[in-house]
Write a protein that binds this ligand. Structure first.
Ligand code: ADP
Ligand code: MG
Length: 388
């Protein structure tokens, strides 16, 4: 499982989507009488126990959600104590192992740890989509160990759902297929742009990402966030994309990007020397929203502006609302990226969208066409399995 959830300073789970998304899998398994040993990481402890990253809050949340006690087991895989506890489990019982990254073998995909995990069960079930772009002991190592003994390695319902919407919907979309990209940087998303460009009918670019394209158009961007070393590449993409690529025509600017900023809207060629672009302008909002509302498939990754700050939130919220309207009218909407998911919640449209991915990095890699080690290791699902 990917129970890498955000915690408050007091240690409470502040966003439970990653836990709640696995409940269909857990309920199904429990009804079938399975004995379930959950493995997950949380945060980035350095291969040694660190109470700040204990999965105890997740065990409590799971207990509440399942209406059954889910004990947190601190004994490590490979220990006799854990093996004895697991052998004493009852049908339908659920236990959660302590943060697997308390062990250094996890991120190194140490074969010994993979073996020790694999010995705990007869079936491997992978539902940790958010960790599937990494080959670690708890996904790849444990799945291999179980497969080597002839046991199945299958995808959970969440994994299946993520792949359906982020891989299949993009490969064979209902058209028009519109992608909306934004966020802070182009650099982390170049491969996604490259992979989507031939597939989409429209590629909408907003956020700070658009600034770099503005520069490629010869516009001045004042003090805005620009990736200087990507301007040439942005120019090349503009040429290749032609009319498919849609950029903002106006922007909300201010001399500082903060909650009390005194902002104004300018045409994209009217950004002053000391000004920073914080959001798309009202005309761009309308332009983008119209495109999104006309889509049959719409993929959204990356906010249109600094939506965390009220003066620069409206562009992102307008696009989020348009996405919900398109979905109400029958379109498939898919949101990737942690900040975009948070923006959908802040815009109060999350429930109306088709699918909000639980994986940030994994969803980007999948959209870029990469294969994920945590998926490839599963029976039938991987690109290598040839059983699409
Ligand atoms: P996601 O997590 O959805 O993939 P990113 O992490 O790529 O999105 O980008 C999100 C961040 O981009 C947000 O914190 C937002 O404030 C920032 N951002 C968006 N537009 C701008 C802008 N014009 N200037 C500075 N930062 C921006
Ligand atoms: Mg992000």
């Amino acid at each position: 499982m990917d129970y890498n959830v955000p915690l408050s300073p007091e240690g409470a789970v502040t966003d439970s989507i990653r836990v709640d998304s696995t409940l269909p899998t857990l309920n199904h398994l429990r009804e079938a009488g399975a004995r379930i040993i959950l493995v997950s990481h949380l945060g980035r402890p350095k291969g040694t126990p660190d109470p700040r990253y204990s999965l105890a809050p997740v065990a409590q949340l799971l207990s509440r959600r399942l209406g059954a006690d889910v004990p947190l087991l601190a004994d490590p895989p490979g220990s006799d104590a854990l093996m004895e506890r697991v052998e004493a489990m009852e049908d339908g019982e659920v236990v959660l192992l302590e943060n697997i990254r308390f062990l250094s073998g996890e991120t190194e995909n140490d074969p010994e740890l993979g073996e020790a995990l694999g010995r705990l069960g007869e079936v491997f079930l992978g539902d940790a989509f958010g960790a599937a772009h990494r080959a670690h002991a708890s996904n790849v190592g444990a799945a291999r160990a179980i497969r080597d003994r002839g046991g199945p390695a299958v995808a959970g319902f969440l994994m299946e759902r993520e792949l359906r919407f982020l891989r299949e919907a993009v490969r064979d979309p209902a058209r028009p297929f519109v992608a909306v990209l934004g966020g802070a940087k182009i650099s982390g998303k170049i491969d996604v742009i490259e992979a989507l460009l031939p597939q989409v009918d429209r590629l909408i670019v907003g956020g700070a990402m658009a600034n770099t394209f503005f520069r490629a158009l010869g516009l001045s961007t004042g003090a805005s966030l620009v990736e200087e070393d990507r301007v040439a590449m942005a120019g090349e993409l503009l040429e290749r994309a032609g009319e498919k690529l849609l950029l903002p025509v106006d922007c909300v600017v201010a001399t500082t990007l903060d909650a009390a900023a005194d902002s104004r809207t300018v045409s994209r060629d009217g950004v002053g020397e000391g000004e920073r672009i914080g959001d798309i302008g009202a005309t761009s909002q309308e332009l983008f929203s119209r495109e999104v509302r006309g889509a049959r498939t719409c993929l959204w990754n990356g906010p249109m502006g600094v939506f965390e700050l009220a003066p620069f939130a409206e562009g992102t919220f307008a696009v989020a609302r348009a996405l919900a309207e398109a979905t109400d009218a029958g379109a498939i909407s898919v949101v990737g990226g942690g900040d975009s998911a948070a923006a959908a919640v802040a815009a109060d449209v999350a429930e109306r969208l088709t699918h909000i991915s639980t994986g940030g990095g994994a969803s980007l890699e999948l959209l870029a066409g990469a294969s994920l080690p945590g998926v490839d290791v599963l029976d039938q699902l991987g690109d290598e399995g040839g059983n699409e």
